[in-house]
Design a binder for this molecule. Structure first.
Ligand code: GAF
Length: 384
């Protein structure tokens, strides 16, 4: 990312220069809404993210300038404030400060300027990138990097839970902190064991299509999580040992079906289905069998659309268009309710698919979707 503007604006605003840090957004090949259910996910960091310039100011004040915010781009709070700022974007930084302090980090005040190139609301985790970049930078500056990377990811997640109203899982922050160039991360969200998985599918590309329907996770996301928790509580009462849907199976779920609403049952069933799909994708990737990977991606999409109900007509249309074009795999990516589809596309049909998707989508919805070809990059880091 070119940081020239960031540097200039920082100097203009604060009259000094500081250090630069970067954290990326993420993609996820498969394993959606499995993270808070103790399951597996398959994310990777991208080459787009959030960059900050930051400088200790020797006071207790935090002064933030968000270059990409049109309204209220400048916010100040102090480290002693107990209520969060009014500007939603600043709550992410406030939350990270509070969560780092809970980890015993003695923060001092700082000035920071923020910019990014992850499209907001596209399902690529711009918020996790923002949390991670501050967690990483402040840990470096005020704690000599004493807080380990697992805790940094959890600090981002706790920020979402406690200051931003989203009861998210760990996937996004984990991918942002732990990303590695050219690799997907197979992450077990129960144990946090993870493995880097070189991903360079010969003859295929990963392409994101942004429906431009802005997703914002909140109540609807939290409701999905509650549905899963209801099913877990019932199965645990009946069978014991069911802490998350990871511990459940179809037979258990069917036993408690009568006590669940149809909606809750279908959501829990989607998670069990997705659990199996992720394992199937792992096996297929070992054999470079991308056709099976793609088939599972489509299954995930229709599960998310029909059972988990986190899709929308625009995303369904993009996936149907992919299917018509013979794209290997396509599905909504991330929390849903808008944002991008992720597409596994053979090189030979990529151009044709992209231009058809753009044309047909614009014709039907009157919006031209943005296209991003995916480059898998490194996680949180200090820039030189
Ligand atoms: C969002 C959340 F932040 C993640 O934790 C995850 O649940 C994802 O939606 C769905 O897989 O990105």
């Amino acid at each position: 990312m070119d940081t020239t503007i960031l540097r200039n604006r920082f100097r203009q605003q604060f009259g000094t220069s500081g250090d630069l840090y970067f954290s990326p957004g993420r993609i996820n090949l498969i394993g959606e809404h499995t993270d808070y259910n103790g399951g597996f996910v398959f994310p990777g960091a991208v080459d787009k993210g959030v960059a900050i310039e930051i400088y200790r100011n020797g006071s207790r004040k935090v002064c933030l300038l968000a270059l990409d915010q049109k309204e209220h781009p400048y916010v100040e709070f102090t480290l002693d404030d107990t209520s969060k700022p009014e500007e939603h974007w600043a709550c992410y930084v406030f939350g990270v400060c509070k969560e780092l302090e809970k980890h015993g980090v003695a923060l001092g005040g700082f000035n920071a300027a923020i910019t990014g190139d992850v499209p907001a609301g596209a399902g690529m985790s711009s918020s996790a990138a923002l949390e991670s970049v501050f967690a990483f930078a402040l840990n470096t500056m005020f704690a000599d990097s004493r807080v380990d990377k697992f805790e940094l990811a959890k600090i981002g997640q706790a920020t979402e839970h406690n200051y931003c109203g989203v009861k998210c899982g760990i996937m996004d922050q984990f991918a942002s902190v732990f990303g590695r160039e050219g690799c997907l991360i197979r992450l077990d969200c129960r144990s946090l064991e993870y493995e880097y998985f070189p991903f360079n599918p010969d003859g295929y590309k990963l392409v994101l299509i942004n429906s431009m329907v802005k997703h914002s996770l909140g109540n609807e996301y939290n409701e999905r999580r509650e549905s899963c928790e209801k099913a877990v509580a019932l199965m645990n009462r009946e069978f014991g040992g069911v802490e998350t849907l990871r511990d459940a199976n179809y037979q258990m779920l069917d036993t408690v079906k009568g006590d669940l609403s149809d909606e809750d049952y279908r959501r829990a069933k989607y998670v069990l289905d997705e659990k199996e799909r992720v394992l199937a994708v792992c096996a297929a990737l070992e054999k470079n069998d991308y056709e099976t990977v793609g088939k599972k991606m489509y299954e995930t999409h229709w599960g998310l659309s029909r059972d988990y109900t986190v899709s929308c007509p625009e995303l369904d249309f993009l996936v149907e268009t992919a299917q018509e074009c013979g794209v290997t795999g396509s599905r909504v990516m991330g929390g849903g309710f808008g944002g991008c589809t992720i597409n596994l596309v053979r090189d030979t049909i990529c151009e044709k698919f992209v231009s058809k998707a753009k044309r047909e989508y614009a014709r039907k919805f009157g919006i031209v979707p943005e296209i991003y070809s995916v480059t898998i990059g490194d996680g949180s880091r200090k820039l030189q």
